[in-house]
Design a protein around this ligand. Structure first.
Ligand code: ADP
Ligand code: MG
Ligand code: ZN
Length: 702
């Protein structure tokens, strides 16, 4: 039925089908019914008004809370070939004047404004007389006191809209779906239940997990180390923590930015720009950062401290993976942070029911951290979904994936503590475990303990971290004040007795890429160069998802390129040629290097074998890889032995076998290989015997 919208979706935005909710909302608007649209962050709310804006006669007005984001939205529209603009207080007067004129002449399909602008009498005067067909209210939860970003100016919108003579249809959009907020929006805009379109809130590409009490600095550095090339946001509860964390990351050489309300407007804008443009890859921020931020390639969102409620949490976590690629949302929990949040609530001078509500919401966050069920399902239930399915890939759904059995290591540590008499702190215990030569250890006679050096392949720091982890898992408790000593808890005894297992989370890399990573990276660079020239954010040119799709599909013709996800007519026209060029030359290089591979065959075959051998492969593996018999590979290796190349003798025979061959060969003298073979146990092969003789010659010669 909705042919035109679908056609526009492809033509302007390059997508083949609507996401859940989009079509229903668009249909409603085309039938002139005021609508509330509730979709998760990243669900694709913008298209719900952008496509109608193209279909309607008049102008669409978009009300959005943040000045800083309008430019991006409008930039993005220009890249799709859609006439649009924004009007806000950041513009010089002359510019505003010009845009107002153009707006009056109906030159824009979309005009973005803040709710504050509606308080401007002359602006309102113009609007009233214009042909406004649609008013879209983004982040509509700002209307509700029960939402998390209440903005009184949002309450002025509805009365203003009613003054516009062309009687525009209204669309209110939000990602906050608690029943109370929904009710507020509906009743305020006089919209009925049947004109509320709410999609499921699940985000299938998000991987939720919770890290409890472990040493968070170690966790963070290991995590960031593993995901160096990705963009991510780290949320902290206070400005102070943001500053500290930021400083530490920058010192350790990370490309980080920061954002909180204590910084000047100018600084904040700058930091935000740098992040959007991929100049910085990690943003450390308070929850002041990010409303409406639609940088689509955020690969992880880490909450360094527990957020104060689920609305904030899901909104912030939801900033990961808007492009639909797998992304992680990690919450670092510690009981101390819970107290920090509680303190902040107490300081916020809320009273009565509002205060109770905040405390309740914080407790729900705590429950989230301790639930053993699906994390995504927990969130969905909170937002009112009655029977959400398990996501199948959050930490709780896939425990094996991210947990390793650490029972044996835990037993080693616990028994060491017992043997040391439960009288020492974590430093000394770590040193005993790792076999430190510290004098104190001698003095106490700990070298004689069976647990001395039992973890000698660990560093003392690793052992200490592991002790912290066991402490947070309540297997060890700290007794005493300033210099606490480690004691075993009853649960710890169960572990020692083998009655209880210990699991520890392992970090993993975010993506298992099944496409060409080097091409993806070079397309990213290309995108960045172009963005720099055009002074816009890279993801506005093409999303990561689009670049990934290019790396998978390797389009070399115009028609193929148009099939790439996220490539519409306008973008194709603007960037198709450059990107096609890059992909073509990549494909050529690839086939070039295949040729080089063939040329390598002029290299003697035994040396090709040796190359693989040097990479640690054994004869079977090499035979398989080169599609040759094992015997040929063995011959190749013999030739290498003749040339005195390095050989891993211990893979060919044991010390005993070698001695036996050596002895027998000496006894038999020069009677030939066959005789020698017959004199030896049957399981020894010709290859082993030949090799042993080679080794013998080599060592005799030396
Ligand atoms: P929201 O405002 O709901 O958080 P956006 O409107 O910013 O989400 O859209 C998030 C991302 O999803 C954008 O990169 C957008 O281009 C993409 N998107 C929107 N609709 C579709 C669709 N039908 N198919 C594929 N991607 C889409
Ligand atoms: Mg949005
Ligand atoms: Zn799950």
């Amino acid at each position: 039925m909705l042919e035109k919208p679908l056609q526009y979706l492809k033509q302007y935005f390059g997508y083949d089908k609507f996401r859940p909710g989009q079509e229903a909302i668009i249909r409603n608007l085309l039938e002139k019914r005021n609508t509330v649209g509730i979709m998760p962050t990243g669900g694709g709310k913008s298209i719900c008004y952008q496509i109608p804006a193209l279909l309607f006669q008049g102008t669409t007005l978009v009300i959005s809370p943040l000045i800083s984001l309008m430019k991006d939205q409008v930039d993005a529209l220009h890249h799709h070939g859609i006439a649009s603009t924004y009007i806000n207080s950041s513009l010089p007067e002359a510019e505003t004047e010009q845009r107002l004129n153009a707006m009056q002449n109906g030159e824009y399909r979309l005009v973005y404004i803040t709710p504050e602008r509606l308080g401007n009498q002359s602006f309102l005067g113009i609007l009233k007389e214009m042909d406004i067909s649609l008013v879209a209210i983004d982040e509509a939860h700002c209307m509700s006191q029960w939402g998390h970003d209440f903005r009184p100016n949002y309450l002025r919108i509805f009365p203003f809209v009613q003054m516009i003579k062309s009687q525009p249809v209204i669309l209110a959009l939000t990602a906050t779906a608690t029943p109370r907020v929904k009710l507020d929006i509906c009743s305020h805009l006089e919209i009925t239940e049947e004109n509320t379109v709410a999609t499921g809130f699940s985000r299938d590409n998000l991987f939720f997990s919770i890290i409890k009490e472990e040493n968070r600095e170690t966790f963070l550095s290991r995590y960031l180390e593993k995901n160096k090339e990705e963009a991510g946001i780290i949320y902290a509860a206070t400005r102070k923590t943001v500053d500290q964390l930021y400083t530490r990351l920058v010192k350790s050489g990370y490309n980080a930015g920061r954002y909180h309300a204590g910084m000047s407007e100018k600084e904040r804008t700058l930091e935000q720009e740098r992040f959007l443009k991929d100049d910085t890859s990690i943003m450390v921020a308070t929850s002041a950062f990010g409303m409406g931020i639609d940088k689509s390639n955020v690969r992880f969102v880490i909450h360094y401290q527990i957020p104060k409620n689920m609305e904030n949490y899901y909104q912030e976590a939801g900033r990961a993976g808007r492009d639909g690629l797998d992304s992680e949302c990690i919450l670092l929990y510690s009981s101390q942070d819970l107290r920090v949040q509680r303190y902040l609530i107490d300081q916020s001078n809320k009273e009565g029911e509002l205060l109770d509500q905040e405390v309740r919401m914080l407790n729900i966050m705590k429950d989230y951290c301790f639930t053993e069920g699906c994390l995504q399902a927990f969130i969905l239930r909170y937002f009112g979904e009655t029977d959400p399915q398990d996501c199948g890939h959050c930490e709780n759904c896939s425990d094996e994936r991210s947990s390793i059995d650490a029972t044996t290591d835990a037993q080693k540590v616990l028994s060491c503590i017992v043997r040391m008499g439960e009288r020492f702190g974590r430093t000394l215990v770590s040193q005993v475990l790792t076999g430190s030569k510290n004098k104190k250890i001698d003095e106490f006679g700990f070298r004689k303990l069976s647990t001395y050096g039992i973890l000698s392949n660990w560093s003392a720091k690793e052992a200490a971290d592991f002790i912290d982890f066991l402490t947070s898992s309540a297997l060890i408790e700290l007794a005493g004040g300033q210099f606490p000593v480690l004691k075993i808890t009853p649960a710890g005894r169960d572990v020692l007795l083998g009655a209880k297992k210990v699991y520890r989370k392992e970090q993993r890399e975010i993506e298992q890429r099944s496409f060409d990573h080097s091409l993806f990276e070079s397309l990213r660079l290309l995108r960045k160069e172009i963005a720099k020239k055009e002074n816009t954010a890279p993801f506005i040119i093409f999303s990561d998802a689009a670049l990934k799709d290019m790396s998978v599909k390797l389009p070399v013709s115009d028609a193929d390129f148009l099939k790439v996800k996220g490539v519409g007519a306008q973008k194709f026209e603007k960037y198709g040629a450059v990107f096609l060029e890059a992909i073509r030359s990549f494909v050529q290089e690839q086939s070039g290097s295949e040729k080089a591979e063939q040329e390598k065959n002029h290299v003697p075959s035994y040396l090709l074998t040796y190359q693989l051998y040097q990479h640690g492969k054994n004869t079977e593996e090499i035979a398989k890889e080169r599609d040759l018999s094992i015997a040929s590979i063995e011959n190749h290796l013999i030739k290498c032995m003749e040339e005195n190349r390095e050989i891993r003798w211990n893979e060919i025979f044991t010390e005993e076998e070698f001695e036996l061959i050596e002895k027998t060969a000496e006894e038999l003298g020069e009677q030939g290989l066959k005789v020698l073979k017959e004199a030896l146990p049957e399981h020894l092969t010709y290859f082993q015997i030949k090799a042993a003789l080679m080794k013998k010659t080599a060592s005799d010669g030396a």
